[in-house]
Ligand binder design. Structure first.
Ligand code: COI
Length: 358
């Protein structure tokens, strides 16, 4: 267990109800990394036969990996993103559908030939990580504690094959708005050179390997003043897929449409929740192929994701032409944002049973 012994040692977990995260400026959190106190680590070795026998909290810090680990050499890794909010007027914190993240990790692990924690193990580990880092959960209305579960092939492997050992790890960081625009509408550009995923590939699972390949397009877009990139499908170069870090929706005449997840698009938990909430509110919701022409013709466009929440899009530039969309009050996207975040933050009754108290 050499890897384990190289972890930053746990002195003790401070379970005091400290309310403050030190000198942190809660009003300007953004999505930068503020290191917190503890992370959760659990390993699966060959003798564990695909199970994760025991996990523990340890001090947040660097980890040691073999230079030949599966994750470093062959990107055998997955991640998740989740948020814990402070509960208004009550002690404790709220998670949003954490068992969905656990199941998505299990599904991705199957695709990437990795063992995965059980749903109970995953959710308990998330809760422990929140409690151990409770002083970093932002005050109500200032943001959330972002949880980043990772699953990686940590064992050494030289020839291309599944790694002999796996590590599940969760770290946490307080976050505010994802985009530099804050809650203001964002400006996207459609990239018709680069694609995010292809049929038969891994676009539909949250593997780490889906994210670095978008950096070039994203950097290029940012250098031209756009917020981010909207990708089209790699076969027809015509149908919307997703934005670098989130799913996309279009609204036309009260009909809400989002690309169906058929293997190339990440099945977002916010996406799925927004689909359900929109239907509950009487909108017709279509999960189907959404073409670039549908987008150009839309009244509204918005993006969803754990980090992004539900971000309105004011412009999309495609082949050099800028298309504008409705944003602001009285939009469907604003209505769905408020409905969703009220549940997530514990401000509205959760009739769906989506929130989990910590
Ligand atoms: C999230 O929304 O939590 C994600 O995992 C996307 C990430 C690129 C920030």
């Amino acid at each position: 267990r050499r890897w384990q012994s190289s972890l930053p040692q746990l002195e003790h977990v401070d379970r005091s109800d400290e309310e403050s995260g030190g000198e942190i400026d809660w009003d300007n959190l953004g999505f930068g990394l503020t290191p917190t106190d503890y992370m959760y680590v659990m390993r699966s070795s060959p003798e564990d036969l695909g199970a994760f026998p025991r996990g523990e909290l340890c001090r947040y810090g660097n980890i040691e990996l073999s230079p030949s680990s599966g994750v470093l050499n062959y990107a055998q890794g997955l991640f998740e993103g989740m948020k814990a909010y402070r509960r208004p007027g009550r002690a404790g914190y709220t998670l949003f559908r954490p068992e969905e993240n656990a199941r998505r990790m299990q599904h991705g692990a199957e695709r990437m030939c990795m063992p995965a924690p059980s749903v109970d193990q995953f959710v308990s580990a998330v809760k422990e990580t929140v409690l151990a880092n409770r002083r970093w959960v932002p005050p109500q209305g200032k943001g959330a504690l972002y949880l980043r579960p990772l699953l990686m092939g940590s064992g050494p492997i030289l020839g291309l094959a599944p790694a002999p050992e796996y590590t599940f790890l969760i770290y946490a960081a307080p976050v505010g708005n994802y985009f530099k625009e804050g809650l203001a509408p964002i400006n996207l550009v459609v990239d018709d050179e680069f694609h995010r995923a292809m049929p038969g590939g891994t676009g539909g699972v949250k593997t780490i390997a889906n994210y670095a390949p978008v950096l070039k397009a994203q950097m290029d877009a940012k250098s031209k003043g756009f917020t981010d990139v909207l990708y089209l499908d790699s076969v027809h170069k015509r149908y919307l897929e997703e934005v670098s870090s989130c799913n996309v929706f279009v609204v036309k005449g009260g009909v809400v449409a989002t690309p169906a997840t058929r293997g190339t698009i990440l099945p977002g938990i916010t996406r799925k929740s927004v689909v359900e909430l929109a239907r509950d509110r009487g909108y017709k919701v279509e999960e189907r192929l959404v073409s670039i022409d549908d987008l150009i013709d839309a009244d509204e466009v918005f993006c969803t994701g754990t980090a992004v929440v539900a971000a309105p899009v004011s412009t999309v530039t495609y082949q050099g032409r800028r298309h504008e969309f409705r944003t602001g009050p009285d939009t469907v996207s604003q209505e769905l944002y408020t409905t969703l975040t009220s549940i997530q933050m514990g401000l509205a009754e959760d009739s769906k049973g989506w929130t989990v108290a910590v």
